[in-house]
Design a protein around this ligand. Structure first.
Ligand SMILES: [Zn+2]
Length: 338
């Protein structure tokens, strides 16, 4: 669609769902290629992009839009071809993600198919933020469900086996966005896993997460502090786990006690010095490390009875740390690990 050269008249300005009396000087906005309906009857402006859409459809789905449109009175200064202009403070990328769901122009879903592509965290976080802001409750709940499918409460085993989601894909810095969404929407069940993943981000945690429009989001100072403190706690836990798993003697079923005692000792020295036990990944990798020290893979290793015993200890110990996650992060999470 070619760009219209006619300038838009002054647009009304809206901040966080509330109207502002500040009029924005008119300018040359570019039409959204995806959402410029020739018979649309309202023009939403986000950033430099104008979306010509249907006010009735949006008003039916959002009480905030309904109130906003009801209070807009189109006149020569604030309209484009008789459509009221409404300026929003949202990113045009975010608004497009919301409109794709509210006013689908290409793909309509009755039910998800197995081979459907995953939703991106950019899409889902935009939809959650804007459905929160514009009070679109049903869609808000659906989008939060997608996030909870990946980051919501579940057992440690399920998280270990399947920390991925058929519904959602995310980038390395994604957990930062998930923590911020949990705060925005008061959904504490998302916090333990998202904060734990933030603790494993290294420098990315400081650099923040870049959005589609180039803006960078960070954790709040309070949550950043939580992560720094938790890393210290995880380092202590990793040390305690290492000792409990590898320094509590051979299995009661072991038939090669002397050999396994020596094996356990030398393997403990090895993993303490070769970096196998990463402090911040205290919930992960223990099964892999335990198996690495067993006899089939390690000529000097411990027997299969000891391997089973060590795996059981690792499971008990990581379950213990898992159940402590809310306490470690100093957050309240109802029904965690229930
Ligand atoms: Zn043994």
């Amino acid at each position: 669609m070619s760009q219209d050269s006619r300038p838009f008249k002054r647009a009304r300005s809206v901040t966080d769902g509330a109207e502002s009396s500040d009029a924005t000087p008119h300018g040359d906005f570019k039409r959204s290629e995806e959402f410029w309906m020739p018979d649309g009857n309202i023009v939403l402006i986000a950033g430099e992009t104008a979306f010509r859409v249907y006010r009735g459809l949006l008003a039916l789905q959002s009480t905030v839009f309904a109130d906003l449109f009801a209070s807009s009175s189109p006149n020569a200064e604030e309209s484009y071809e008789d459509c009221p202009l409404i300026r929003l403070t949202d990113s045009p990328h975010d608004l497009a993600h919301l409109l794709r769901v509210l006013l689908p122009t290409s793909r309509m879903l009755l039910q998800r198919r197995e081979d459907d592509p995953q939703l991106s965290l950019h899409q889902i976080s935009a939809i959650i933020r804007l459905t929160h802001k514009y009070h679109i409750e049903d869609l808000h709940g659906q989008a939060l469900y997608v996030l909870q499918d990946a980051f919501g409460p579940r057992s440690l085993r399920k998280w270990e086996d399947d920390f991925c989601s058929a519904l959602l894909s995310w980038d390395d810095a994604g957990p930062i966005a998930v923590v911020n969404i949990a705060r925005l929407t008061d959904t504490p069940s998302l916090l333990p896993i998202a904060l734990y993943e933030c603790c494993n981000l290294g420098e990315i945690l400081i650099d923040g997460r870049k959005g589609e429009d180039g803006t960078v989001e960070h954790l709040s100072p309070a949550d950043l502090k939580r992560c720094v403190r938790a890393r210290n706690e995880f380092a202590k836990e990793a040390s305690a786990l290492t000792s409990t798993i590898f320094n509590s003697g051979p299995s009661g079923d072991c038939t090669t006690l002397d050999l396994c005692t020596a094996s356990l000792h030398s393997f403990l020295v090895q993993i303490m010095t070769d970096g196998s036990v990463a402090d911040s990944a205290v919930l992960e990798n223990w099964d892999y490390v335990v198996r690495r020290g067993a006899r089939p893979r390690n000529n000097q290793g411990y027997c299969s009875a000891c391997e089973r015993e060590l795996l059981a200890r690792a499971s008990r110990e990581t379950e213990r740390v898992w159940s402590r996650l809310p306490k470690i992060f100093d957050i309240e999470v109802p029904n965690w690990d229930s």
